[in-house]
Design a protein around this ligand. Structure first.
Ligand code: FE2
Ligand code: FE2
Length: 317
């Protein structure tokens, strides 16, 4: 059995790949400004400055759009927790350090844009939003088991970035406002570039230490939870978002998990030893189960919609 590489060995070996991908990212990332995406002329003072406080009828967003916006924003708000995890698992030196700083600044921009939009348009209750932010950030990252070193971290963020991309894109669609849609498309484009950086780093990690990387991938995917876990009403809101196709199990499997595994060539590789083979097999079983769960979830969802339609038909017009 070959000896496992240490964290330091992995980081040192992958340093040139990090530099290459950092440069790639910087050449592709377009500068943009949150203020360009906010309809400031819709804004007005709240009661503390002589205006009117928020009331539910001021919001033009549907219930599901509100929940999706809040979930996405709280996830962005929780950035310090993610920064800490990544900073601890990556190096502070050279390209690694530059990437972590740059990534943090880009993520922060997402939270700025979404919050400005929601407060100016009175899309959600700003007091409840602030209370939820306090709770969520105090809790921090709620899935410490997901992080066990560089390979685990880089696997998790690859899938997380892609998942947030899907979630932002679909949230833009349900907001029913071209301004929100444009802003969330812009943010989703950033998430995609982040995903590519992490996916390339993880891909290089698989080539460097196939067994260690494969075990990390299986560990992360079989325990995957969305980054919003730990925020108030996460379960209830997650169910609502899944019900309305903002982020559901089929999207998780087909738009997030499968394309990345395919990109890494996981099921065709022949560079695994016994530990890697075993982890790959375990992942294969897990994916088959996920496929079954997708069907089960969709049947349940169809039944739920049918029940709601039947109930609505009984209501007096
Ligand atoms: Fe983000
Ligand atoms: Fe991101």
């Amino acid at each position: 059995m070959t000896k496992d590489l240490t964290q330091l060995e992995i980081l040192t070996e992958l340093q040139p790949v990090a530099e290459q991908n950092l440069n790639r990212h910087l050449s592709l990332a377009r500068e943009w400004h949150p203020h360009d995406y906010i309809p400031w002329d819709e804004g007005r003072n709240f009661a503390a400055l002589g205006g009117q406080d928020w009331a539910p009828e001021q919001s033009k967003l549907s219930e599901v759009a509100k929940v999706a916006m809040i979930t996405n924003l709280l996830t962005e708000d929780n950035l310090p927790s993610y920064h800490r995890e990544i900073a601890e698992n990556f190096s502070q030196d050279g390209a690694w350090g530059t990437w972590v700083g740059r990534w943090t600044a880009e993520e922060n921009r997402h939270g700025i844009a979404i919050r400005d939009y929601l407060v100016v348009t009175r899309g959600v209750d700003p007091v409840a939003l602030e209370q939820a932010r306090m709770i969520h950030m105090t809790n921090g990252v709620s899935a410490p088991d997901n992080w066990g070193g560089f390979l685990e971290s880089v696997t998790y963020v690859t899938f997380q970035e892609l998942a947030t991309r899907v979630s932002h894109r679909n949230t833009g669609k349900v907001c029913d406002d071209p301004i929100a849609d444009r802003m969330l498309q812009r943010i989703a484009a950033d998430e995609n570039l982040h995903m590519i950086f992490y996916r390339n780093m993880c891909g290089a990690g698989i080539d460097l230490a196939p067994d260690q990387a494969m075990m990390a991938i299986t560990k992360i995917l079989t325990h995957f939870i969305m980054p919003g876990a730990g925020m108030p009403n996460f379960r209830r809101n997650g169910v609502l978002m899944a019900k309305h196709g903002i982020y559901d199990l089929r999207q998780h499997l087909e738009d997030v998990v499968a394309p990345v595994l395919k990109h890494w060539n996981i099921f065709e590789r022949n560079d695994f030893g016994p530990r890697g083979e075993q982890a790959r097999e375990e992942l294969g079983v897990f994916i088959e189960k996920l496929e079954q769960d997708v069907l089960k979830f969709e049947e349940q969802r169809d039944r739920m919609f049918a029940r709601e339609a039947a109930k609505a038909a009984l209501q007096p017009a």
